[in-house]
Design a protein around this ligand. Structure first.
Ligand SMILES: [Zn+2]
Length: 227
């Protein structure tokens, strides 16, 4: 699962909890950030094999710290706890329900991965591996990613008040993500090394976080102090 994860980020942004979209973009990919970091450090292992599944070249045969069910729950709890100091540091409004939503957004990653991944997600440590393997079916997997994303974006647009220009930017961002998914699913390419793949994850995911941050600044009313 790739851009489908961002559907949860869009869907979790409401006027009530006011979790910044960029925070949710980090949250829904938090497990992959940990995974990419651990792959770069040589702790978790990955093979990139052309045609490993129809929709992905990733054979994540050892990722017990980032992607087992038990550690996914742990990382989600940590994210929920860290959200409070993050808010006070950055001056964001904090609510307990927002912290809970951030934690659930982190955990949503594991659930969506469970649908797409072949049986490589451990329940704990590196054993009892599960995964429904939708990646073996390229078109249905692609359709699921894109329809989830569209659903998330529609919820975002309906549940948040914003100027028309930002609505346009959000839709354009959604289109960019769909194009990225088309490239990932359908454009043939030579497999990168595991470390280059992990670097790519860091670069692309962070680029999307920055865009999510910028999008929510578009058309923001600046407060002027009139004498
Ligand atoms: Zn993942």
């Amino acid at each position: 699962m790739f851009v489908g994860h961002y559907s949860v980020a869009f869907a979790c942004r409401t006027e009530r909890d006011k979790i910044p979209l960029w925070v949710l973009f980090v949250a829904v990919q938090f497990l992959d950030y940990i995974w990419a970091t651990l792959v770069l450090l040589g702790v978790e292992k990955l093979r990139v094999i052309k045609g490993f599944t129809a929709g992905s070249m990733l054979d994540s045969y050892f990722h017990p710290y980032s992607h087992s069910l038990i550690t996914a729950i742990l990382w989600s709890a940590i994210a929920a706890i860290v959200y409070k100091p993050l808010c006070s540091w950055l001056g964001y409004a904090y609510t307990k329900s927002a912290a809970l939503i951030v934690g659930l957004a982190v955990f949503s990653h594991w659930i969506l991965d469970l649908i797409a991944h072949p049986r490589d997600l451990a329940i704990y440590d590196n054993t009892w591996k599960v995964g429904f393997g939708l990646w073996n079916y390229r078109d249905p997997e692609f359709a699921l990613e894109v329809s989830l994303l569209i659903g998330g974006i529609v919820l975002y647009l309906v549940r948040n008040t914003m100027p028309a220009i930002r609505k346009g930017a959000v839709i354009a961002f959604g289109l960019v993500l769909v194009v990225v998914q088309i490239g990932d699913t359908y454009v043939p390419r030579t497999p990168l090394t595991a470390k280059a793949t992990a670097m790519g994850v860091w670069v692309f995911y962070t680029l999307f976080v920055l865009i999510a941050f910028a999008v929510e600044k578009i058309g923001a009313r600046t407060k002027h102090n009139t004498p």
